[in-house]
Design a protein around this ligand. Sequence first.
Ligand SMILES: Cc1cc2nc3c(=O)[nH]c(=O)nc-3n(C[C@H](O)[C@H](O)[C@H](O)COP(=O)(O)OP(=O)(O)OC[C@H]3O[C@@H](n4cnc5c(N)ncnc54)[C@H](O)[C@@H]3O)c2cc1C
Length: 421
Amino acid sequence: MAVASPARADVVVLGAGIVGVCVALHLQTRSRAVVLLDRRGAAEETSFGNAGLIQREGVYPYGFPHDFGALLRYAFNRTIDAHYHLSALPRLAPFLWQYWLYSRPAEHHKVAHRYARLIEHCVAEHDALARDAGASDIFARQGWLKLFRSERERDRRFAEAERVHREFGIEHNYLDARAVQEAEPYLAPVIAGALHYTQPVSVNDPQRLALVYLRRFEELGGRFMQGNAQTLERDGDGWRLQTAHGALTAGEAVIALGPWAGGLTRALGYDLPLAVKRGYHMHYRAAGEARLNHPVLDFERGYFLAQMSRGMRLTTGAEFTRRDAIKTPVQLGRAEPIARDLFPLAERLDAEPWMGARPCTPDMLPVIGKAPRHANLWFAFGHAHHGLTLSAVTGRLVAEMVVGEAPFVDPTPFAPERFTR
Ligand SMILES: Cc1cc2nc3c(=O)[nH]c(=O)nc-3n(C[C@H](O)[C@H](O)[C@H](O)COP(=O)(O)OP(=O)(O)OC[C@H]3O[C@@H](n4cnc5c(N)ncnc54)[C@H](O)[C@@H]3O)c2cc1C
């Protein structure tokens, strides 16, 4: 019996979350023959259920809190924005310690300067991909609102936003209580003010964005295949792996496995400090005529609410535990009654809460670049709270490095070597 020879690609991109899709699309645009591989469909994991924001304002990645009041609140494990499994803490402790060190104000400031070099391109790079895919209208351009319940917090955050504006050019408007009511008439009158970030854009279905990019990738000749990335093995200078359609060989491989990147990189001999912050969502019908004109963050309560194509999506903050621990949507349970008091939500629309796992590094920067000890292997993961935001930027950067073009952003701060030296 004749044995079929393996399918061949120039590049295999492992993981079809929004990051992998963007990497694959950018490579295919550069005339590489690309296979995008996932064990499921495209964007069915973390990239499925996020809050849908392209956070142009997010130059400060989410740090570990350093003020005493916040630490005390977190210690009681009763907040909505953060929750931890006590049993997971011993294993998470080394990561959390590093995270805490990088979040000290002076360090965080340095991190922000590196991060801003990626963030500043996030909207322009998504616009370019969407335009090429014939879907320029997929983004809503009304920005988003950070809501404050107390005047103290409002004034503190207004001053902070002013500093970030001076340093990074992040644009915003200050809304007082009346202006918030005018902008969002269905919110209960309990808001003392809001920051309106005007540069970010948003989508009402993050998976749809990934599928639009995937369609463009396939129009250009790219192939999507199902298979298990863990079967990746050396094949001369290149790579070989098993797909649902048989063996595949590729000259180069890109690991874009989001929260699962640690498994494959460990198997290849890399001990990277990766962890996850899990998060949940639930959809609700808006009662009566109620609607939100902007996505909103109830800042002092720690949950996010946005009008999505499926309904009002409530998303929660960070849950620190093992990636595969059973779902414990306690933050959702705490947020729901508070959200109902703020905005008229009717019944739940999902049978059970959705859960995703933000892929995190302790220095809050993604891992983008060449694998330190393997030729023709590339890393593109660790985008934490901003994987949707930074996917198009990462896709372009990785593709430029793989094909040998001059990178449009200096990739040095994101190189995997920072963890392997
Ligand atoms: C509640 C919540 C709200 C968020 N809100 C925002 C937001 O508003 N804006 C923003 O920018 N970011 C947001 N994020 C973060 C964002 O969703 C993630 O950073 C992003 O989705 C990560 O994308 P990814 O492609 O790296 O990973 P994923 O989307 O998880 O993709 C990884 C892929 O790898 C595949 N895979 C895993 N193992 C294997 C294997 N062995 N073989 C083959 N395939 C495999 C998976 O099936 C999956 O498709 C939010 C996250 C959460 C949880």
